[in-house]
Design a protein. Sequence first.
Length: 355
Amino acid sequence: MKHESKKLTLRVGPVLEFLFLFVSLFIWTACNPVKFNTIQKSEQSLSPASPTPPAPNTPPPAVVEVPPVISPPPPEPPPVIPPPPQKTYSEFQGICKDGDSISSCLKCINPHIPKPKPVPKLSSKAQKLAQIMALSCPIRNKSDPANYQVPPPYEIIKARLLACHEKVYPDSKVSGDQQQTLDRLLGPDPGMRQKIFSGLWYQPPHTDHFELYFGLESKEARRIFCYQDAGLSGDLMTSEYAIECLNSRDNCWAWQHNPAAQNRWREAQILRTQLKSCLDQPWELNPPPLSPSPPEKKCEFKIFEGTDLFRIAGQFEILKKAGFSLSIEDKKQCLQVTEFTDLSTEVRVSGYRCQ
């Protein structure tokens, strides 16, 4: 055994030597000479460069002055010729009820327009009487006629008092208690109206306040305005007269010799006379006024203005044939004319008529 291992050792030695030589040869041949050259070149590039010789001195180039460029002047614009002015025309017209509104439109015409005479209005006392009865007629009373169903409206009651204006049936002084009764009769609470018109006709002192202001008794007022009966007749039988005279035992001697009572009687009869003078006039829903006035005329105006004189002249002739009063004006003057005249290049024609 020892002999064989020795032989094996001798055989392995030469093999290892061969391998070592082969590897050494391979490593040596693997080295690239080019790479060494590159290293040499790079080492040469790091060496300082040789100095460059200075350039010869050369003079700077000459400066050439360029003359400025002068632009030619712009051409003159062509002359602007304004277009001929357009002719203008405007028209105004309307209907007026009085001369004032027409005069404000027609500057140089002083139109003579008749105004209707004012119709007398109801006096304040007549208005109160109509309002109270319009509120009281719907109140029922046991003494109403069997055919009394629909109370008349305010317009019907007022129609019977249209002739009672302030001069015929004026307002009169009232006491404080009397004014309170009137205010309650005109107020929203129907209590006072029911007290006077739904039961007995004598309700002192409220019925006295009523009759000594309006000039008639409450039962007369209901008969005339609610039942639409005839007007007043005779004297006003005041409550004072009924108590002091009709129901007295001295045959009115004390009442007749009481100056204050006689003055109250005369004042009551004056109120009665005033009411009778206007209530007894023929009445209707729209009665004629006390002073008949001429029928109201309706006036109209028309105005034409501008620079279209041909068209304005044509309208002038139309208004002239229609009976208008005409005038022509410009900025300087105004003339009332019957023939068209072109005062200037711009005129105004005004006209009015009443018929």
